[in-house]
Write a protein that binds this ligand. Structure first.
Ligand SMILES: NC(=O)c1ccc[n+]([C@@H]2O[C@H](COP(=O)([O-])OP(=O)(O)OC[C@H]3O[C@@H](n4cnc5c(N)ncnc54)[C@H](O)[C@@H]3O)[C@@H](O)[C@H]2O)c1
Ligand SMILES: NC(=O)c1ccc[n+]([C@@H]2O[C@H](COP(=O)([O-])OP(=O)(O)OC[C@H]3O[C@@H](n4cnc5c(N)ncnc54)[C@H](O)[C@@H]3O)[C@@H](O)[C@H]2O)c1
Lengths: 205, 205
């Protein structure tokens, strides 16, 4: 099992490599990758070792080869269909974010139970009635669901999505969600992000 | 220096402890904390050891005492003033989020450079002209700024905020920001969160 923090670093390494590619640089050392990622070159080598052997000691890594491999490992060489559950303030913002499409995640639709929201579109993304979610998942087979419903609606909604066949969920509700082992749930907790800052402000040397 | 992943775990332990407190449980073992946090009891003891000695081996930790200490360590026993820069889709959603106030983070104001947005209020939070930001920081001394401007505006805005005296920034723009050592910058990259899911879907056993 690969730790979440390792996957986060792989995503960060890929972004540095893309930046290097953009600047026409063709090789990068594990030291440079480590420096950019705020980690050590031993950690870089360890992170990559899970996925095969890369680069030659002393010569560094080939930028196009490593970025291609990381894209494959992260599943970015394919296209993912995403649905957003809860077309409220956060859901609507995410539905209209162009940054997802650039990485191969396309938002298929948003869902809501509020009649005033159903039937609208958000920069082309339709807001549909949550009552038809099972029928739509069957028909369109989205792989990822983003949960932007109120906290008390999150667990019942996760259960419903898992029963309908969804195996990956990005949750924004500030609550601990339970899911069967074959389902991956990641929670973004914005308040916890701010706690990282209050920690730094409180523990400044 | 304490790693980001350690601080994230402290925030997660605090939430479990609050849940235990809520249920009237008065002691918790490092095993239980570890299980909840998806880590090991050795890691729990190591994380806490940076901040002094807690609990007695074999007896576990006192829930109220440890949660009180963690609140202090994370800086949650005081009140933080937050400003939001960029009152667009994400900025407006964050300005109206009640979850921040509950953890002691209060949104003072949002700022924008679009005349159509300046002068509005977002559930009581005023949208002010970015031109007056230095004057307001001087007068109201917010400690934290949230950056929800387009990517190309993010670095110039960070520089401006640092010059005006801000030392902690939560960034949503998908770009690597440079800041002096005494300034803490945390970036929430939503696309990277989805990459954690595409990784799991691609590497399923
Ligand atoms: N606004 C933020 O900045 C922010 C930040 C962090 C976390 N969150 C969390 O994200 C979630 C959404 O927040 P928001 O501010 O967008 O709230 P919101 O009230 O604006 O949006 C919630 C939406 O979900 C819909 N909904 C409610 N129950 C539903 C159901 N059973 N099926 C389908 N749709 C349903 C509502 O009609 C509404 O449109 C909440 O859990 C909140 O705590 C929000
Ligand atoms: N919408 C999302 O779900 C989402 C998700 C992840 C990341 N982001 C990132 O967050 C940022 C904001 O995204 P958004 O969707 O809210 O965009 P948006 O265009 O809706 O909002 C940006 C706001 O910033 C204001 N602005 C621009 N330049 C400014 C300046 N120099 N000073 C003050 N205000 C300025 C604009 O007037 C606008 O109101 C972007 O960098 C985006 O890539 C957005």
């Amino acid at each position: 099992h690969i730790a979440d923090s390792t996957v986060r670093r792989l995503s960060a390494y890929l972004r540095f490599l893309e930046d290097f590619e953009h600047r026409g640089l063709t090789t990068i050392s594990s030291d440079e990758l480590a420096k950019q990622g705020g980690t050590t070159s031993a950690q870089v080598r360890k992170d990559l070792s899970f996925f095969g052997s890369f680069g030659k000691r002393g010569l560094g890594y080939s930028v196009p080869e490593l970025s291609g491999r990381l894209r494959e490992i992260l599943g970015l060489s394919q296209h993912w269909r995403v649905i957003i559950i809860g077309a409220g303030k956060i859901g609507a913002a995410l539905a209209q974010y162009r940054g997802f499409r650039q990485r191969g995640f396309s938002i298929v639709a948003a869902y809501d139970n509020n009649p005033e929201k159903i039937g609208r579109t958000l920069e082309g993304i339709p807001v549909r009635d949550i009552a038809q979610i099972e029928h739509d998942i069957q028909r369109e087979a989205p792989e990822i669901a983003v949960l932007t419903v109120p906290a008390e609606a999150a667990q019942p909604m996760l259960d419903r999505l898992v029963r309908a066949g969804i195996h990956a969920i990005l949750n924004f509700a500030p609550t601990q969600l339970q899911a069967p082992p074959e389902v991956t749930v990641k929670t973004v907790n914005m308040a916890m992000e701010l706690e990282g800052l209050s920690f730094a402000l409180t523990n400044r040397e």
